[in-house]
Ligand binder design. Structure first.
Ligand code: HAM
Length: 439
C-alpha cells in the first residue's frame, strides 16, 4: 500500500464534544486574563491553592448536595480500576478546596483567603458559553463570619470587571438565611406547590419531595408565573439574617456598587446560606451568568472540619473572555517575537544560531528561521515569515554578510531601513533599536 493510500484509510480522531482546545491564536487572551487575575488576588491578599482535578466522588456528593443537577446528572464519575474507589472529575472548585483545607488543617493559624483556577467538568448539553470542560477562576475566604468579607469579595468582582473593560454586567443578590428559616420557608413552599401540583413539570414534581427550593431555579417558561407567586424566603428571615444582609448591602452602597435584590436567586449548589449573588449579562445569550457565589458557613463542618464560616465566588473564564470580545476589550494580538533571524543554511545557519542565542541571553525574544524541508528557503519566503511573525526587526546573515563578519539589521515595522552591523555588535544594535523605538 502506498503512503498516500495509507493516510487515506487512517481516520482522524476528534476531540470530545464540549471540550475545546485552546489554540495558539487565543493563547494571548488567556494569558492576559490570567495576569489580571493574579494582580487582583495580590491586591486583596489571596493565596494560591491548587487541588487535583480528580477527587473522591463523596467530596461533591456531600459538598454540593445529592439533589442538585450537578450531582444527579452532570458529573464525570468512574471507578478506580484497581481498588474500585468512586472518583469524579471535579465539576467545581469549592468542595475540593474545602476538602483540602480540612485535610491540611489550613485554618489552624486563623482565617485564610484563597484562590484557584483550572478546568472543571460538567456533562451539560454544549452550547455557546456552556461546555463540558470549562475553566473557572475562584476565590474562597475561610474563617470570616462578618458581612465585611461578603462585601470584599463582591468588590473584588466589580474591580475585575472594570479592569477587564466588561460592559453591561449587573449584580443580583439574595439571602438564603439559615437552615431553620429555610425549613419554615420550605414547608410553605411545599404547601404552595402541592396546591398547584398539576402545573409542575416532571423534574419539579420529583423535587417537591426532595428539594423544593430547586423548583425556584427552574427555567421552564410554563412554570414562571407559578414560581413568581411562590412564598419568598426573604419573608422568612429572622433578625440576625436580615441584619447580615442589610450590612452587606450598606457596604456595597458605600462603595458605589449597584445591586438588585432577586428573591428567586437560589444558586444551583446546596452549600449556601445567607448572602448569595451572581453577575449576569444580557450580551451572551442564554448563558449570561459570568460568575456566582456566596456564603457557605455549614460546609467546612459538613466536610469533616472544625466548624468555620466561609464565602467565595467563581467565574467562568470562557464566558468572561467572550464578554471581553463583545465589549471590545480583548488585548491586541501580540508579536510572536522581537527579532526574526534569517540565513542561508550551512555556515550562515551556524552563525545565525549563535547570534539568536546571544540575543536571547540579552532578553530579546527571537525566532530563528528553520526551513520546513530541512534544507533551505529563499530570502523572499523568509522575509514573508519574518513579517508575519510580527517581529520588529529582521537579522539577516547570508554568505556575503558572513564573509564580511557582518549581519544586516532591517527595521520591519516603522522605518523599513536596513543597515550593516558587525556580527559582534548585533545584540547591542538590536537593543539600541528597540530602546530607540520606545523612547
Ligand atoms: P457555579 O455557579 O456553578 O458556582 O459556577 C460558577 C461559574 O462557572 C458560572 O457562573 C459560569 O460562569 C461558569 N460555568 C458553570 N458551568 C459552566 C459550563 N458548563 N460552561 C462554561 N462555564 C460554566 C460554582 O461553581 C461555585 N463553586 C462558586 C462558588 C465559589 N461559590 C462559593 N465559592
Amino acid at each position: 500500500m502506498t503512503d498516500q493510500a495509507k493516510t487515506q484509510k487512517i481516520q482522524k480522531i476528534n476531540g470530545v464534544r464540549g471540550m475545546n482546545d485552546l489554540l495558539p491564536a487565543d493563547a494571548a487572551q488567556w494569558t492576559h486574563l490570567e495576569h489580571v487575575l493574579r494582580d487582583l488576588t495580590r491586591a486583596y491578599g489571596y493565596e494560591f491553592l491548587r487541588t487535583p482535578i480528580v477527587e473522591a466522588t463523596a467530596v461533591f456528593q456531600r459538598g454540593i448536595g445529592e439533589v442538585t443537577d450537578i450531582v444527579e446528572k452532570e458529573m464525570y464519575s468512574f471507578e478506580d480500576r484497581l481498588n474500585g474507589e468512586q472518583l469524579t472529575l471535579r465539576p467545581e472548585g469549592t468542595a475540593a478546596v474545602v476538602r483540602s483545607v480540612v485535610e491540611n488543617n489550613l485554618l489552624y493559624e486563623g482565617p485564610k483567603r484563597l484562590w484557584y483556577t483550572g478546568p472543571m467538568f460538567r456533562h451539560e448539553r454544549p452550547q455557546r458559553g456552556r461546555y463540558r470542560q470549562f475553566h473557572q477562576f475562584g476565590i474562597e475566604a475561610m474563617g470570616f463570619a462578618g458581612p465585611d468579607i461578603d462585601a470584599e469579595i463582591i468588590l473584588m468582582g466589580q474591580r475585575l470587571w472594570d479592569e477587564l473593560g466588561l460592559k453591561g454586567v449587573r449584580l443580583e443578590i439574595n439571602s438564603l438565611g439559615q437552615a431553620p428559616e429555610r425549613a419554615e420557608h420550605r414547608a410553605a413552599l411545599v404547601t404552595y406547590f402541592e396546591k398547584n401540583k398539576e402545573q409542575l413539570d416532571e423534574d419539579s414534581q420529583r423535587r417537591l419531595l426532595t428539594n423544593p427550593l430547586r423548583i425556584l431555579d427552574s427555567k421552564n417558561p410554563a412554570m414562571q408565573d407559578l414560581i413568581e407567586g411562590a412564598p419568598k424566603l426573604l419573608d422568612f428571615l429572622g433578625e440576625e439574617s436580615l441584619k447580615h444582609f442589610e450590612a452587606v448591602q450598606a457596604l456595597l452602597k458605600a462603595n458605589n456598587i449597584p445591586c438588585k435584590i432577586n428573591p428567586r436567586l437560589v444558586r444551583g449548589l446546596d452549600y449556601y446560606n445567607l448572602t448569595v449573588f451572581e453577575w449576569i449579562t444580557e450580551e451572551l445569550g442564554a448563558q449570561g451568568t459570568i460568575a456566582g457565589g456566596g456564603r457557605y458557613d455549614p460546609l467546612i463542618e459538613r466536610m469533616g472540619g472544625k466548624a468555620a464560616p466561609a464565602c467565595g465566588w467563581a467565574m467562568g473564564m470562557e464566558r468572561v473572555l467572550e464578554l471581553m470580545k463583545v465589549s471590545g476589550s480583548l488585548p491586541e494580538p501580540q508579536a510572536q517575537c522581537d527579532a526574526f533571524v534569517i540565513h542561508q543554511g550551512g555556515e550562515t545557519l551556524t552563525a545565525a544560531m549563535i547570534i539568536a542565542e546571544r540575543l536571547r541571553n540579552a532578553g530579546i525574544d527571537v525566532i530563528l528561521f528553520c526551513p520546513p524541508d530541512g534544507q533551505s528557503a529563499s530570502f523572499k519566503s523568509q522575509m514573508k515569515k519574518a513579517d508575519a511573525s510580527g517581529a520588529a526587526y529582521a537579522v539577516i546573515i547570508g554568505p556575503d554578510e558572513l564573509a564580511q563578519n557582518e549581519a544586516q539589521l532591517k527595521d520591519l515595522r516603522s522605518t523599513g531601513v536596513q543597515k550593516a552591523v558587525a556580527l559582534d555588535g548585533v545584540v547591542d544594535a538590536v537593543i539600541d533599536a528597540i530602546v530607540g523605538s520606545t523612547e
